[in-house]
Design a protein around this ligand. Sequence first.
Ligand code: RM4
Ligand code: MN
Length: 390
Amino acid sequence: MSTPSDADVRTALSGQTIELPSWAFGNSGTRFKVFSTPGVPRDPYEKIADAAQVNRYTGAAPRVSLHIPWDLVDDYDALAAHARELGVTIGAINSNLFQEDVYKLGSLTHADPAVRAKAVQHHKDCIDVMRATGSTDLKIWLPDGLNYPGQDDIRARQDRLAESLAEIYAALEPEHRILLEYKFFEPAFYTMDIPDWGTSLVHCLALGDQATVVLDTGHHAPGTNIEFIVAQLLRVGRLGAFDFNSRFYADDDLMVGAADPFQLFRIMNEIVAADALSASSGVNFMLDQCHNIEPKIRGQIRSVMNVQEATAKALLVDRDALAAAQRDGDVLGAHGVLMDAYNTDVRPLLAQVRESKGLDGDPVDAFLASGYPEKVADERVGGTQAGWGA
Ligand code: RM4
Ligand code: MN
């Protein structure tokens, strides 16, 4: 690709969208403690209302992912209508296979066909939610795995998984996709049944074109070169989505771009280089975070801004100069082109892009000035734990 013009950079930034997770707005915590926050949503309707605030001040977050059954409601048409009234739509539907006793030894991979059938049926129910809400992405994160060598047959579990996934795939509508997530450890420690992008990709390739990999930035061993995985999945047309967050140690679910903004830039650089930023590329840029100690809506606004800043820097890479330096074998020249872009302060550019859409240049200031946090703290009494088990 050649170096984008200034106008192209602005257009790309102005059109970029980031999907928000409903669970980021509820109370969450570690296995030690869940802290509650005044004003936390009491139901999925209020979670969507909070997500709409993020969109209102950033103009870049028009979709909300749901997690089933955390976001169980009687009437999904009504929930989707509520979202539309607030200017957002329902994004990916996340299944949940990690909170029932029956799944202790696995779900889609379980040795007992009755347990597998229940887990498959849960996904068919999620597809019904997709039909009602207009969502097109079914996101599957498989918590299955083994704690002890010999506990179960690794290959048999892969075969059962392939069968279960094929049943789910057969239930999709033509416009639907499966987003298949991987995670290298936790909750299982000896092996997960989908521990890495290769395993996810193997299953997606067997399923068909409507199956793609979702890359959660927190689901890798320390030191993993994530942008390499991004480049490879883009090459084969199977990068369906990101779950963006930051990690220092494990699956920390901290704000994207907080731990390693340079890694986020390198990831977005691969996206821009492959021309995969626009919606037509099929890559859904989602957040998967929990805000345990920081304010949640503001944390989501900050996260959207962090993705935008990394994207702006990636768009500013002088592609022509980079290609020339790479052709010439100019190692430091090529590296310098990337570093020049990374070291640019893009905040004024992003403020201008927001202002050109009629928004405040500083979404955090505008949100804080709105009085919304105080208003919901007064109105909402008895917020539930929206992360785990609500
Ligand atoms: C998992 C995985 C999923 C997310 C849950 C809450 O670790 O990242 O994407 O839905 O956590
Ligand atoms: Mn995730």
